[in-house]
Design a protein around this ligand. Structure first.
Ligand SMILES: Nc1ncnc2c1ncn2[C@@H]1O[C@H](COP(=O)(O)OP(=O)(O)OP(=O)(O)O)[C@@H](O)[C@H]1O
Ligand SMILES: [Mg+2]
Length: 436
């Protein structure tokens, strides 16, 4: 799954933002500009596809916390428009049980959800006012993509259009449109449409792709050393928590399911002397899992409670990056606690993976990170007044890229010089003669 464009309206400080992530996107901008809010929006969207809208709302503190707190007392409905491409690789055995050959090898899905507020109802402060799904794909033996499916739902009712090719291949012999309409009608009475849509798309397009599980493969990490020192709890499919919780269980899972990834994670993490060092995940008497860092010379071992902050954080960054179960990985300030050499090697690994398979989004305040990426990767997040703007560096300053390509500028120095005003605080403190 690859995110092509995310449109966000009235989510926290994002009044109207369109974010087009590249393979690697590095978000920079002053404190309070809205970088974390953008990451939260991405996390909200991933959670919405994985667990449904209500669960995402609960996980993010409820509608009152999620919606833009407008200065004027106006209704500010939040909306999300997600455009993503899904390929045949998104048909993963294990998550969906089986793989089938589809009518299209790649589809582009555009899903739009508009929420509306119900201030009079404390029990139900929001509902879905509008929802639409468009699915375009190139069919086998056809030259250009075409619309395969379109669903529009609003106060006026629901419209469904299914292309003849999907109609033929999805449910041969059945009247697909009628069947789908019956399913919608029966489910819409008791479910919020969003909870319905992904499964509906899947049932209509099952021979194509399982859309919702693919769209849910977004993960946000804001790692906390305290969480990384906690033991893990074994489970069949452990996931790394946003703060890095359950790290030992995820490492144990990777060791048994994808040993080469486990070895890469351990090998990528720098320690003072890494020659013969190793890492074990051990089960405790209380059936929890803990990390043991093995040091070869002198021969001794350290627990997660004793390991250094940077060692734990680097290990968990590489775990999060290389876990094969996510397609879009968002890291908040990965530089925290890391030695400059280690953060450079982490950013290089992000780039390498981004060029091959994943989309990586990073927020940073580190000049080291900024100097390790290209001008096209940089997105500048600013908040000139009450709302957040997200811009490509190339759009704000067309001169930066050619100058960087000619080797004339150092990107971090250039950005903190104030040449791009959006990248620096509106009123730098006078004591900072050379503000970051
Ligand atoms: N519901 C909301 N409505 C409007 N604005 C909000 C809402 N929630 C938070 N904000 C604004 O967003 C700001 C925080 O933005 P955010 O945490 O994304 O900044 P940041 O760019 O990540 O900053 P830092 O570099 O310090 O981490 C708050 O200061 C507040 O002004
Ligand atoms: Mg932040």
């Amino acid at each position: 799954m690859r995110l092509l464009e995310i449109g966000i309206k009235n989510f926290k400080s994002l009044r109207d933002v369109t974010f087009r992530p590249g393979a690697l996107s590095v978000l920079i901008g002053p404190n309070g500009a809205g970088k974390s809010n953008l990451c939260e929006a991405l996390n909200f969207i991933g959670e919405m596809y994985r667990s449904g809208l209500d669960a995402a709302m609960v996980a993010h503190g409820g509608y009152g916390n999620v919606a833009l707190r407008a200065v004027e007392d106006a209704d500010t409905p939040a909306s999300f428009t997600v455009t993503a491409s899904l390929s045949k690789h998104d048909l993963r055995p294990g998550t969906n049980g089986r793989v089938r050959d589809g009518v299209a090898r790649e589809i582009v899905i555009r899903h739009r959800v508009v929420l509306s507020t119900c201030p009079s109802s404390a029990d139900d402060p929001y509902h879905i006012a509008e929802e639409s799904v468009r699915v375009d794909g190139k069919l086998k033996h056809k030259r250009s993509p075409e619309r395969l499916l379109q669903i529009d739902r609003n106060a006026a009712g629901l419209q469904l259009q299914v292309s003849p090719a999907v109609r033929e291949q999805s449910l041969p012999g059945d009247d697909l449109a009628d069947g789908a309409m019956r399913r919608i009608a029966s489910t819409a009475l008791r479910a919020r449409p969003l909870d319905l849509m992904p499964s509906l798309i899947e049932s209509l397009l099952w021979p194509l792709l399982p859309a919702s599980s693919a769209l849910g493969a977004i993960a946000l990490y804001r790692l906390e050393t305290s969480a990384l020192r906690q033991p893990g709890v074994p489970s069949p499919e452990p996931r790394l928590g946003r703060d890095g919780g359950n790290h030992p269980a995820v490492l144990r899972w990777l060791e048994s399911h994808d040993c080469s990834v486990f070895q890469t994670i351990v090998g990528s993490t720098c320690t003072v002397d890494r020659s013969d060092d190793g890492l074990d995940v051990v089960e405790t008497a209380r059936k929890t899992l803990e990390l043991r860092f093995q040091e070869a010379r002198p021969r001794r071992q350290w627990s997660a409670g004793e390991a250094s902050d940077g060692t734990l954080r680097a290990l968990s960054l590489f775990t999060a990056l290389l876990d094969p179960r996510t397609d879009v990985v968002v890291f908040e300030k990965p530089e925290n606690s890391l030695y400059p050499w280690e953060i450079q090697s982490f950013i290089d690994a992000c780039r390498e993976l981004a060029e091959k398979q994943k989309q990586i989004i990073v927020t940073t305040h580190s000049p080291i990170v900024v100097d390790r990426v290209r001008p096209d990767d940089v997105r500048i997040v600013s908040k000139p007044e009450i709302e957040t703007h997200v811009d490509r560096l190339a759009d704000l300053d067309p001169d930066a890229k050619p100058a960087w390509e000619q080797g004339e500028i150092d990107l971090a120095y250039y950005l903190r010089s104030g040449i791009v005003p959006e990248a620096t605080p509106a009123m730098p403190l006078s004591v900072l003669a050379d503000p970051l």
